[in-house]
Design a protein around this ligand. Structure first.
Ligand SMILES: [Zn+2]
Ligand SMILES: [Zn+2]
Ligand SMILES: [Zn+2]
Length: 89
């Protein structure tokens, strides 16, 4: 792991990966998504801020779960919403 940029990213020792390659909230409402992100607090996989419904950032605010990981193949980074911190691993 590279040097952590905030206290939230510092606490991540094992990256949670996506269990399903879909945004469960988008599937419920029949919406489309662009990229997928996995919450590092509870492990839920939701859609990114480029997607129309932005479920990952809504979840982060509503649940106070600060850090997500990219769930896209080949992308290895974590992002902290409150600190706008990005960490590649
Ligand atoms: Zn942080
Ligand atoms: Zn979604
Ligand atoms: Zn969560």
């Amino acid at each position: 792991m590279a040097e952590a940029v905030c206290s939230h990213l510092e606490t991540i020792t094992t990256v949670k990966h996506a269990k399903h390659r879909q945004c469960d909230e988008c599937v419920k409402i029949g919406a489309q998504w662009v990229h997928l992100r996995t919450c590092q607090t509870c492990g839920v996989t939701l859609c990114c801020d480029s997607s129309p419904n932005r479920h990952a950032s809504k979840h982060a605010r509503a649940s106070d779960h600060p850090v997500i990981a990219s769930a896209e193949p080949g992308e290895r980074w974590l992002y902290c919403y409150p600190d706008d911190g990005l960490l590649e691993y």
